[in-house]
Design a protein around this ligand. Structure first.
Ligand code: SF4
Ligand code: SF4
Length: 339
């Protein structure tokens, strides 16, 4: 079942129609904004805090963030990092993006939730995305600190009581059992979480020595067992075609250009996960000079284990846009049957 608000679905549909009419082939759907790379955790699967170690104290200014949001002009902005709530001006950054009519998803590990509640008011265009990789033991191992799971659940409950929209983001690693995720998703559904995002962990070179990353076929089998055992009516944020892809029922080429990432060092080339080509100074430079076709499954060995939404969820939307039968299936499963 889709956990996206209707207003967002309409905004994205209108945006896609405009892109089609103007015959743009490559365009952003969701922009990822990283206003700092510093974090108050050191999760075992996180490449960010290692890769950006030399600039770990750097803060993006509000003006820099707004310029990037305006240049990119995607209808959705996902704020990540690092831990975004550690940024001293996170309230102004969120407010500035909402003022521009865009939907904001703020990814957080929950540790600073009381500060976040003070500086960010509830809005239909704003959602917290709470990081939750499993039930208590699994999550606390993934984030390498005891007690974080309990804080995350507390944040979800309090945020719902205060009128915030809340989503969750779960990264799946090797060695866990599907039944744990059946329990986790059922519990989050009962807590009123609007949309649950799922994807397998990406094997960043900085943490590749850890035996926690699934190969593609292993991940597909795992996702099939997870989705088959999940209760009907579970509100997943990811669209149903992308969920088919995760289970190996559909095949897509990567469309990393649909999810550009702006960091304290500029626009990452080519994607949220790899920065092979360094960073571009402007959005136009990113779009015009990145050799997009060099990357993706079967083209670059580092992409072989990647099934992340930043590369493939946009591909599912593009297919729905270009093939009427697939577009109808997406509409039916998202709106009518609430698959
Ligand atoms: S909370 Fe996020 S940014 Fe921080 S260490 Fe964990 S994965 Fe990395
Ligand atoms: S498959 Fe796409 S999104 Fe994934 S790492 Fe490669 S270029 Fe990036």
């Amino acid at each position: 079942m889709s956990g996206q608000p209707l207003g967002l679905s309409l905004k994205v549909s209108w945006y896609l129609m405009k892109m089609r009419l103007t015959r743009r082939e490559k365009f952003p759907l969701t922009m990822i904004l990283e206003p700092l790379e510093k974090c108050n955790l050191a999760c075992i699967g996180c490449g960010r805090i290692h890769e950006y170690e030399p600039v770990i104290d750097k803060l993006m200014t509000v003006e820099e963030a707004m310029r990037a949001v305006d240049d990119c002009d995607a209808p959705v902005v996902s704020i990540a990092g690092g831990e975004p709530t550690m940024h001293p001006q996170i309230g102004e950054i969120v407010a500035g993006i909402i003022e521009r009519g865009k939907y904001v998803y703020l990814c957080t590990n929950a540790l600073l939730f009381k500060k976040a509640f003070k500086v960010i008011p509830p809005s239909p265009k704003f959602s917290f995305v709470v990081h939750l990789d499993g039930l208590r033991e699994t999550h606390d191992i993934a984030v390498d600190r005891k007690g974080v799971y309990d804080v995350a659940i507390k944040m979800i409950k309090e945020a719902k009581e205060r009128g915030y929209r809340v989503c969750t983001n779960t990264t799946l690693y090797s060695g866990n059992q599907p039944v744990e995720y059946h329990e986790l998703f059922a519990m989050l559904n009962d807590l009123g979480v609007e949309g649950m995002m799922v994807s397998p962990g990406f094997e960043y070179k900085e943490v590749a020595d850890q035996p926690i990353f699934m190969q593609r076929q292993e991940a597909q089998n795992f996702f099939r067992r997870i989705f088959e055992g999940t209760k009907k009516g579970t509100r997943f944020y990811n669209n149903p075609l992308y969920r088919d892809f995760l289970q190996g029922k559909r095949d897509y080429e990567c469309s990393q250009w649909s999810t550009p990432t702006y960091t304290v060092m500029g626009w990452r080339k080519p994607c949220y996960l790899l920065s092979t080509e360094g960073h571009a100074e402007t959005f136009i430079e990113l779009m015009d000079t990145t050799p997009w076709d060099k990357y993706g499954y079967g083209k670059d060995s580092r992409c072989d284990t990647c099934m992340m939404h930043c590369g493939y969820e946009g591909s599912a939307i593009m297919e729905a846009m270009s093939k009427p039968s697939v577009g109808w299936e997406m509409f039916k499963r998202t709106v009518l049957t609430k698959d």
